[in-house]
Design a protein around this ligand. Structure first.
Ligand code: F6R
Length: 619
């Protein structure tokens, strides 16, 4: 979703901002803009464009701007259509304040009405321009103060009047060597490098410049003056910065020999899964080491129920985990969409342990669910991929999935990393309860075999799945069917296909077919069956035959050595034999490849599917 990068230093701000915006592209956006101090009398020049950052770069490079202070933004439209006027940065109608904003100002209508009466005018339909004019209004009102103090005070007062979420960076015409930032439920991080400072929504935006960062907390205001900065809360109480060193790979945006980030990330899964489990097993006790949970074995044994919360793909990972944890640790598990949980006021039993799962660690619904559960006194742990993300910092403990940066908007390696992390949790909890030493050993070996198996399956499936995708890409509908632990994998396969190729895809537990969806089946409506669960295979084969009897095409994913009669399918992909605990992780791989190749066949932008954003920071 929207991204922010701002810079104050000695280099050419335009180039720093454009590079930062390029690094933020993966979040999903529809327009971009920058403001740089390059006008007459050190005033700010604002440039915007609809579409890709390259278009903005072409416009900016023609201007040959020399300024060394500026702010940049990628916008993912919420209030107002996709057009230049609605793109950020916004400038107040009196020309004093320039602002970039992530998030949503919920009370923008009454504020706008008030500002119109005060003589301010609006060019855009955005809530962000309202905040910009509000800061300018207070700036005008506080004329008795010196410019620097006046700027800070006007931002502080304005933010006390807005409801909603924000990550902002503001500039002021009267203080061209200053900038002010603040955040509420939308990330903002300071990057520090000698005489240069960066303020961004994402550490990746200043990757390559510095690894030293300060993550701002909600309700803090940072005031940058040249190469100095100070942080304070809304009562003007100073806050000492906690400088953290970020461990990142600056090359994460390089595609290497891959054509798309999604393809790269699919094939990175063997290495990513290795990373997730590395150093986390104890062979002697045949269990996992998950110290980040910050809970003793005694405390964990008191837990009567787990509640797992996430959105989209993370929610599907939670559904897989429900099955794994109930089966291996014998603890009842509930799974809920984080977006629903936060408003449902669900009655939770006293000894419930809550886990939120989020790749980005910034998803607003998941963050709100975390806060709601903490508000009610429940210990709330997190599984996240992004170190230092808001969810990671606000949770009471958790596990980093260590899948590495995921740039493709559709989640692939983050999903398998989440399931793998949750599988380790099932093992850890299981070994504290009824799971035997030998069961634990088998579980550990299965997880350790994941990387090799994933690599084999990806290599073996790539070409056959590509051919399958060519044959099926023209269909407009698809059913995905699986049972038990594979039902969430059917959901994930359908989600990937619809996100990437815009084909209508639905997922059901296979036995539900007869209770409704079979009415859809005809020669134009193919079904993909996950027939890798040996226990229920005869029943699944029966369901496949029912589809075939109605002229529906059937693709099956089966297991080598487990026979499926050839009349039950049109096409089949075989996976190697494996332990049931890792079946979901391996079974999803051909589905990811299928969605990828079908999308390519349909000429879709696989890395940036329409309307989607990587980090969903608005409700
Ligand atoms: C689907 C996808 C989304 C995310 C969802 C939650 O491919 O990527 O459904 O899984 O928006 O995102 P995180 O995990 O960052 O909270």
């Amino acid at each position: 979703m929207c991204g922010i990068i701002s810079y104050i230093g000695k280099s050419n701000a335009t180039q720093v901002l454009l590079n930062g915006l390029k690094r933020l592209e993966y979040r999903g956006y529809d327009s971009a803009g920058i403001a740089v101090n390059d006008g007459p009398h050190n005033s700010f020049v604002i440039l915007k464009s609809v579409g890709r950052v390259e278009t903005l770069a072409e416009i900016a490079n023609q201007k040959k701007m020399q300024g060394s202070v500026g702010i940049g933004h990628t916008r993912w439209a919420t209030h107002g259509e996709i057009c230049e006027v609605n793109a950020h940065p916004h400038c107040s109608s009196d020309g004093k304040i320039i602002l970039v904003h992530n998030g949503v100002i919920e009370n923008y209508v009454p504020l706008k009405n008030f500002l119109l009466k005060e003589g301010f005018s609006f060019k855009s339909d955005t809530d962000s321009e309202v905040l910009c004019n509000l800061i300018a209004y207070h700036y005008g009102r506080l004329h008795a103060l010196m410019p620097s103090k006046r700027f800070l005070e006007s931002v502080r007062t304005s933010l006390l009047e807005v409801q909603g979420t924000y990550g902002i960076v503001a500039l002021c015409k009267d203080c061209p060597q200053e900038m002010i930032g603040s955040k509420k439920s939308s990330p903002l991080v300071l990057g520090i490098h000698e005489d240069e400072l960066f303020l961004a929504s994402d550490v990746g935006a200043f990757a390559g410049h510095t690894k030293d960062a300060v993550f701002l907390d909600d309700n803090e205001i940072i005031h940058i003056q040249g190469k100095n900065f100070s942080i304070q809360d809304f009562s003007n109480v100073p806050i000492s910065p906690n400088v953290e060193t970020i461990d990142w790979d600056v090359n994460f945006t390089h595609l290497g020999h891959y054509s798309h980030y999604m393809q790269k990330e699919i094939f990175e899964q063997p290495a990513a899964l290795d990373n997730t489990i590395r150093g986390r097993f104890s062979q002697d006790d045949s269990t996992a080491h998950l110290g980040g949970l910050r809970m003793s074995a005694h405390e964990l044994r008191q837990v009567d129920r787990l509640l797992l919360l996430g959105c989209g793909t993370a929610y599907n990972a939670c559904l897989v985990a429900e099955n794994l944890i109930e089966r291996y640790a014998r603890i009842p598990v509930e799974v809920e969409c984080a977006s629903e949980f936060r408003y449902r006021n669900a009655p939770l039993e006293k000894n419930t342990l809550v886990f939120v799962v989020s790749q980005s660690g910034e998803t607003i619904d998941t963050l709100a669910a975390l806060r709601e559960s903490q508000r009610k006194g429940f210990r709330t742990l997190a599984i996240t991929n992004v170190v230092g993300s808001t969810i990671a910092r606000e949770s009471d403990g958790g596990i980093y999935q260590r899948s590495g940066p995921e740039i493709g908007v559709a989640s692939t390696k983050a999903f398998t990393g989440q399931v793998c992390t949750l599988a380790m949790l099932a093992l850890y909890l299981g070994r504290m309860r009824g799971m035997s030493f030998s069961e634990g050993c088998n579980f550990v070996s299965a997880l350790k075999s994941l990387s090799t198996l994933a690599s084999q399956v990806l290599d073996a499936c790539d070409t056959p799945i590509k051919s399958l995708a060519e044959a099926y890409a023209h269909y407009e509908h698809f059913l995905f069917l699986g049972r038990q632990i594979l039902y969430p994998i059917a959901l994930e396969g359908a989600l990937k296909l619809k996100e990437l190729s815009y084909i209508h895809a639905e997922a059901y537990p296979a036995a539900e077919l007869k209770h409704g969806p079979i009415a859809l089946v005809d020669e134009k409506y193919p079904s993909l069956f996950l027939a890798t669960d040996p226990l229920l295979l005869p029943k699944t084969i029966g369901n496949m035959m029912e589809v075939k009897a109605r002229k529906g095409k059937v693709i099956a994913i089966g297991i080598e050595g487990v026979e499926i009669p050839s009349k039950a399918y049109d096409d089949i992909i075989y996976l190697p034999q494996m332990c049931e605990a890792i079946l979901p992780i391996i079974t999803v791989l051909p589905l990811q490849l299928f969605a990828y190749y079908v999308a390519l066949e349909r000429h879709c932008d696989v890395d940036k599917p329409r309307n989607l954003a990587k980090s969903v920071t608005v409700e």
